[in-house]
Write a protein that binds this ligand. Structure first.
Ligand code: GLV
Length: 339
């Protein structure tokens, strides 16, 4: 009988994924069965000797974790499309060629992630946040509750709509395109996008124009951040960027908090440099309840819920489990991050 592979699951996850793992009958599963993140000390202890690690975007998997795991670690499967929490350079360097699956010669640890399955949910949430921010929904709801609603007034609670607008998307990947596709029927006049390179095929459907970041900031009525976080994108939405935006424009971020310099964003919002911001992602997460951004009426903050539909999280859980199993078996993964 084949020896069971030791697997650590770092959080309570939708049961569908856990079932996939247990039914495969190849894993000895240890789980941090809580909605709270696994404490670092616990992670370092429990990962020891693991062959597989199923983690979340809130688990920093760095050299310390890899060292604690030891030489048997063969696969890391993250229940997320983002992978900035994984120290890929350290992961690539680990134990070359010893434990490779087919087609992965030269590296020991394989990485799975969950792209595509969360694109629709994340794009939908991005549109919801954009509308809520541009049309000031949380503020308006508050006015109803606190008696601020005195009468119908022509200039009260006015915001910004999409009709005839220019929308700038930073990062026209799968999610960026899906956001654009959903916004187009609202009457957007023009789409701009920025990124590492022009993507004519992705841009065709929206007839989006590839522009430098400066031009995107200057000409967009809505700026949407949808790029991945990496050394090139960290902090790109900073003082200079916000200074170039129109005073009437709305800034939305559903990618990663660190793409934005939050102090600069705060200044841009209080000084009226830009009209409003909607953030589904912040630094840190959770954002402390006394954070200055939370005092602003023109800043709508959500608790990183881009992919949070029941169906999407179930699918992510199953995909993460299948990635893990494929990695353990040395088979092609449904969604492998090619290092
Ligand atoms: C969410 O932010 C993800 O990376 O899946």
């Amino acid at each position: 009988m084949q020896q069971l592979r030791k697997v650590l699951v770092t959080r309570r996850i939708p049961l569908a994924g856990l079932r996939v793992l247990s039914q495969a009958a190849v894993c000895d599963i240890k789980q941090w069965n809580s909605d709270e993140p696994i404490p670092r000390a616990e992670l370092l202890k429990e990962v020891t000797g693991a062959h597989g690690l199923l983690c979340l975007l809130s688990d920093k998997v760095d050299k310390e974790v890899l060292d604690a795991a030891g030489p048997d670690l063969k696969v890391i499967s993250t229940l997320s499309v983002g992978f900035d929490h994984l120290a890929l350079e350290d992961i690539k360097r680990r134990f070359p060629s010893k434990l490779c699956g087919e087609g992965n010669a030269g590296r020991g640890i394989r990485v799975g992630y969950t792209p595509d399955v969360l694109t629709d949910a994340t794009a939908e949430l991005s549109v919801a946040l954009l509308l809520a921010t541009g049309r000031r929904l949380p503020e308006a709801v508050q006015e109803v509750k606190n008696g601020g609603w005195k009468t119908w007034a022509p200039e009260w609670m006015c915001g910004y709509g999409l009709s005839e607008s220019t929308v700038g998307i930073i990062g026209l990947g799968r999610i960026g395109q899906a956001i654009g596709r959903r916004l187009k029927p609202f009457g957007v006049r023009r789409f701009l996008y920025s990124g590492r390179q022009s993507r004519p095929e992705s841009a065709a459907e929206l007839q989006a124009e590839y522009v430098p970041l400066d031009k995107l900031a200057e000409e967009s009525d809505f700026v949407i951040v949808s790029c991945s976080l990496n050394p090139e994108t960290a902090g790109i939405c900073n003082k200079d960027f916000f200074r170039k935006m129109k005073k009437t424009s709305v800034f939305i971020n559903t990618s990663r908090g660190a793409v934005v310099n939050q102090e600069d964003l705060y200044q841009a919002l209080v000084s009226g440099q830009i009209a409003a911001a909607g953030l589904d992602v912040t630094v840190p997460e959770p954002l402390p309840v006394d954070h200055p951004l939370l005092t602003l009426k023109n800043c709508v903050i959500l608790p990183h819920i881009g992919s949070a539909t029941y169906a999407t999280r179930n699918t992510m859980s199953v995909l993460a489990a299948n990635n893990l199993l494929a990695g353990l078996r040395g088979e092609p993964m449904p969604s492998e991050l090619h290092l």
